[in-house]
Design a protein around this ligand. Structure first.
Ligand SMILES: NC(=O)c1ccc[n+]([C@@H]2O[C@H](COP(=O)([O-])OP(=O)(O)OC[C@H]3O[C@@H](n4cnc5c(N)ncnc54)[C@H](OP(=O)(O)O)[C@@H]3O)[C@@H](O)[C@H]2O)c1
Length: 262
């Protein structure tokens, strides 16, 4: 297992689900991890739990608010002398405002504009705001890694996946642009996704029930741990503009001759 002592990571949406599990994984490897989410008891409770695994911090951040992200960036600059990785993981989907009120089988024209805006605001513009504020820290120090947490490619265009799918498709396109712009500046920019329905707070109970009833695979929230550990390790040096699928990491590493002990 790579020793990550001195490696500093910020994970948006680190208060639950996959963000929380990635934080735990990197802490276990010795990294310093700052989790960020909207202010509240949930964030504090998550930090308290994570403190059992290592050097954990929490900072309030609403990714949809430029001011909130700027305040969090200032806090990071004041408290740490560098920042190695930012994981843009905060997101909403079936839990977005207005989604629950929609019939299970609905047409796109039934989706309230406010729901569309809320999802784009968090998953697309929120990602831009975070990258815009935190990447300059990496540019200044001459190294860093930006990770975007996305979804499976077929989710982006499957009927019923508006607005979530397109919000992630747009963010992946943005990631490609950012990766190309930063490729000669020592900053790696990559995408990770679980590779299927994952058991987290975001996933609606009804969807989970449907998966269970039909014996369809449900991935655990730890599914991204190998991908994030790999991207934080020296083995990933120089890799940029790529998409990694959590559930396929073992196969990918084998095919690429990478041996890692998790
Ligand atoms: N679950 C799946 O099947 C699945 C599949 C593919 C991809 N993903 C992606 O995985 C990522 C993590 O989601 P998850 O499944 O682990 O769900 P989750 O447990 O609901 O985690 C989402 C996190 O984002 C935070 N968040 C939401 N809105 C925010 C905002 N405006 N500002 C800051 N933080 C915000 C939440 O905390 P607060 O609400 O306290 O702010 C929470 O910590 C998301 O980007 C999601 O799209 C999920």
């Amino acid at each position: 297992m790579t020793n990550l002592n001195g490696y500093i990571v910020l994970i948006t949406g680190g208060s639950s689900g996959m963000g929380f599990e990635m934080a735990k994984q990197l802490l276990t490897q010795g990294a310093t991890v700052v989790i960020a989410a909207r202010t509240g008891a949930k964030l504090e409770q998550a930090k308290k739990t994570l403190e059992n695994f290592g050097d954990a911090y929490a900072v309030a951040m609403d990714v949809t608010s430029e001011e909130s992200v700027a305040n969090a960036a200032t806090w990071v600059i004041e408290n740490f002398d560098h920042l190695d990785m930012v994981v843009n993981n905060a997101g909403i989907g079936d839990n977005a405002p207005g989604m629950k009120e929609l019939p299970k089988e609905h047409h796109f024209y039934e989706i309230p504009v406010s729901t569309m805006k809320a999802v784009i605001d968090t998953n697309f513009i929120g990602y831009f705001i975070v990258a815009r504020k935190f990447v300059p820290i990496m540019v200044k120090q001459g190294h860093g890694s930006l990770v975007y947490v996305s979804t499976s490619t077929n989710t982006m265009t499957r009927p019923g996946q508006l607005p979530y799918g397109p919000s992630k498709a747009g963010a992946e396109a943005m990631t490609t642009i950012i990766a190309n712009e930063l490729k000669d500046m020592g900053i790696m920019v990559n995408i990770i996704c679980p590779g299927g329905f994952t058991d987290t707070a975001m996933a609606g109970e009804d969807v989970k029930e449907f998966f269970q009833k039909n014996n369809m695979p449900i991935l655990p929230p730890t599914i991204m741990n190998k991908a994030i550990s790999f991207l934080a390790s020296p083995a990933s040096a120089g890799i940029t503009g790529k998409k990694f699928v959590g559930k396929d990491m073992d196969v990918w590493m084998k095919e690429n001759g990478i041996e890692m002990d998790f």
